[in-house]
Design a protein around this ligand. Structure first.
Ligand SMILES: Cc1cc2nc3c(=O)[nH]c(=O)nc-3n(C[C@H](O)[C@H](O)[C@H](O)COP(=O)(O)OP(=O)(O)OC[C@H]3O[C@@H](n4cnc5c(N)ncnc54)[C@H](O)[C@@H]3O)c2cc1C
Length: 354
């Protein structure tokens, strides 16, 4: 993270969400001398860079890879050496309906990187100092932000979890929401912060149904007979927008595994469908695009209610120095891991500036 001057008056700060944006904020603010606690409803840090572990190996069922354009992101990644590697997939563009290849190799505009051994490795590395200091409350869902019962100029958080427990964490000068847009809006509304919630009204984020398939009986050298020669593809199939062979990523299990992302429009249309129905439809599309007709030994779907930002906020973050409330996340700027990092960093810089 960029080196910040020590804060003249350290604050007690709550960061809600331990995805890339929340971790970028929290680490920067700790470095500036603030007392930071991160609240994360999941069992792990990393948010939508999360990976799914199965008996056949991991699936990057959220972010697939990342790119690096901002010098500050590059600098922060240098502190996490060894947790990511270049991934030079032979990616193609395929056409509906039978996987006809339209462009044999997509132009490599910039290097693509993946976390190793899984996408969330970078987030886990960045979280280490915070976890070590006991500054991350995992399995802790923030239900409401409200004025502190003992000091109305400060904030307290009502939380639920771990398990059935409920807690109140109090005495915060500042509360930062590093959440998907819809989640941030819901929490702000539940916390009677309608004005800040309304500021997010124009943001649009599409959902994504993700299919994960494993074929342990296929062995790498015989792949030519099992499926396509490419390892990743942008697809114009009406159901599918992206396919990637997980086993082509560095330091992954060699078991033949595919992650398939449904298109934003199809995911939206089928958002409330049941999992078996979605699985069957996406699997059929996968067979059409790849030509792989073998029965998978493992097949699961995962529904991301917030995946790809269609209309971003158009500014890096929102910060209200009067109330001490701030909001960040990838959707402020775009739909990439790097956008989440820049948003979280910019919010921390604004908070530290007062
Ligand atoms: C299917 C998919 C594919 C993607 N592909 C790519 C890609 O190829 N390349 C790329 O660069 N980006 C990709 N992205 C986007 C990338 O994953 C995000 O930009 C980035 O991870 C967002 O980080 P964030 O910190 O803003 O939010 P998140 O990662 O969503 O973090 C928010 C965190 O808040 C927690 N939380 C939510 N509510 C509460 C609460 N009430 N209390 C406490 N904690 C809470 C969540 O558990 C989560 O950990 C993809 C995303 C998806 C879903």
């Amino acid at each position: 993270m960029p080196v910040l001057p020590r804060a003249s008056s350290p604050s007690k700060i709550a960061v809600i969400g331990a995805g890339i944006a929340g971790l970028a904020s929290a680490r920067t603010l700790v470095q500036a001398g603030h007392e930071v606690t991160v609240f994360e409803r999941g069992a792990q840090v990393g948010g939508r860079t999360g990976s799914c572990e199965t008996p056949f190996g991991t699936f990057d069922h959220g972010a697939q890879y990342f790119t690096v354009r901002d010098a500050r992101f590059r600098q922060a990644l240098a502190t996490a050496q060894g947790t990511f590697r270049p991934w030079s997939a032979n990616a193609v563009r395929v056409l509906d309906p039978h996987g006809r290849v339209a462009e044999a190799s997509l132009p490599a505009r910039e290097p693509h990187f993946v976390g190793v051994p899984a996408m969330d490795a970078v987030a886990r590395e960045w979280a280490q100092p915070l976890l070590h200091a006991g500054s991350v409350e995992l399995l802790t869902h923030v239900m409401r932000i409200e004025p502190d019962a003992l000091d109305r100029k400060r904030w307290q958080l009502q939380t639920s979890g771990p398990g059935d427990s409920v807690h109140v964490f109090s005495g915060f000068d500042t509360v930062l929401l590093a959440l998907p847009c819809a989640t941030a809006k819901a929490l702000l509304r539940a916390s009677s912060q309608a004005a800040l919630s309304r500021a997010l009204d124009d943001v649009e984020v599409a959902p994504c149904w993700t299919l994960m398939l494993a074929f342990p009986n296929a062995v790498q050298p015989t792949l030519g007979t099992l499926g396509p020669q490419w390892n990743a593809a942008l697809s114009t199939h009406h159901r599918i927008t992206w396919l990637a062979r997980e086993s082509s990523k560095p330091r992954r299990s060699p078991v033949e595994r595919w992650t398939v992302q449904a298109s934003p429009a199809w995911s939206q249309e089928h958002l409330e469908d049941d999992e078996p129905t979605v699985l069957a439809k996406l699997h059929k599309a996968f067979c059409e695009v790849t030509g792989i007709r073998a029965e998978p030994a493992y097949a699961e779907v995962f529904r991301w209610r917030s995946a790809k930002t269609m209309t971003p906020l158009g500014k890096p973050m929102l910060w209200d120095a009067q109330t001490g409330l701030g909001v960040c996340g990838d959707w402020c700027l775009g739909h990439r891991m790097e956008d989440a990092f820049v948003s979280g960093l910019e919010l921390a810089l604004a908070v530290n500036a007062g």
